[in-house]
Ligand binder design. Structure first.
Ligand SMILES: Cc1cc2nc3c(=O)[nH]c(=O)nc-3n(C[C@H](O)[C@H](O)[C@H](O)COP(=O)(O)OP(=O)(O)OC[C@H]3O[C@@H](n4cnc5c(N)ncnc54)[C@H](O)[C@@H]3O)c2cc1C
Ligand code: FES
Length: 274
């Protein structure tokens, strides 16, 4: 079997598990096929993680170090709850990928804007940005203390700004995007990278357009096949999140009127984003 083909699920083993918060765990996966090495691991790309006899779901790469691929999973529904509660070190699962298009590294004074499990791809991106010696600022929004994770790495390697909805840490604000004007001026931002709830990303897109700066967004949609065939992840009938994204540039994204408004469900019906 040709394991270098990213469309073929590969057997991997869980080498480490780290509890990041009450709802978030990072799984470090290694290959156990002799001679096989992970390749083409760019920030922003994702993998379909296959739990045998259960389900397959997409997760962004949150780190790559010592030949171990990390995925940071937030307990939300059926699969993620199973992963959080049942998977253990030594379990053998499947991995398809890396899939999709990742971030392009550019700019001098860059801003990372994130919330929720959007911090997963931004964490790996942060490490890659550091190699390019860029001036990095981050703006992270959380609901409350129990939602907070990855703070140590963002604090260590970027000018960190935090907002929380209940004011338990950082600035008390429902929307972290309220801080964009101030941060833009203070740090002379010329490039934005963003991943988080879609309505937050929508505000960042509006900001980027208004200030004429480039922004890159990692989108989320229901993923069926993950390789561009089924059409379940499509925006505006043409942009496939799994193949043309998940990372998309602001100039391209502003042409997709579904963004921030409509998404397809598992069974293909269009619903409003709230
Ligand atoms: C490209 C890509 C990268 C992703 N990367 C990550 C990652 O790094 N870490 C991670 O934890 N997740 C990531 N996800 C999302 C992950 O695949 C979902 O969390 C997962 O599909 C939920 O599966 P589930 O079976 O647990 O929930 P389901 O059983 O499918 O859903 C249960 C309930 O939760 C709701 N729900 C589903 N997703 C969300 C959501 N995102 N926010 C709020 N409610 C939701 C559903 O409407 C449903 O009511 C990514 C998705 C994509 C497309
Ligand atoms: S998930 Fe099938 S085309 Fe994107």
């Amino acid at each position: 079997m040709n394991f270098s083909n990213e469309k073929i699920p590969k057997p991997v083993i869980i080498k480490e598990i780290k509890e990041e918060s009450a709802y978030v765990k990072t799984f470090k996966l290694g290959s156990y096929i002799e001679g096989y090495k992970f390749e083409n691991i760019a920030p922003g790309k994702f993998c379909n993680i296959w739990i045998p006899k259960f389900n397959m779901k997409p997760f962004s790469i949150s780190d790559f170090e010592n030949d171990l691929l990390s995925f940071t999973v937030k307990k939300i529904g059926k699969t993620t709850t199973y992963m959080y509660e049942k998977l253990k070190i030594g379990d053998k699962i499947g991995l398809m990928g890396p899939l999709g298009k990742g971030f392009t590294i550019q700019g001098n004074n860059v801003l990372l804007v994130g919330g929720g499990f959007g911090l997963a791809p931004l964490r790996y991106l942060l490490k890659e940005l550091l190699k390019n010696k860029l001036n990095i600022t981050s703006l992270l929004g959380f609901k409350t203390e129990s939602d907070i994770f990855f703070l140590d790495i963002f604090e260590k390697y970027s000018n960190l700004h935090i907002t929380t909805e209940d004011g338990c840490m950082g600035i008390k604000s429902k929307y972290c995007t309220d801080q964009l004007d101030y941060i833009f001026e203070e740090h002379k931002i010329d490039q934005i990278y963003c991943c988080g709830p879609e309505l937050m990303m929508f505000k960042v897109l509006e900001f980027a357009i208004e200030h004429n700066i480039n922004a890159q967004f990692s989108l989320e949609r229901y993923i069926g096949c993950g390789i561009g065939i089924c059409g379940k992840c499509v925006l505006n009938g043409k942009f496939r999140v799994c193949l043309d994204g998940p990372v998309i540039d602001s100039s391209q994204l502003k042409e997709l009127s579904d963004f921030g408004r409509l998404k397809l469900t598992k069974n293909g019906s269009k619903i409003k984003i709230e």
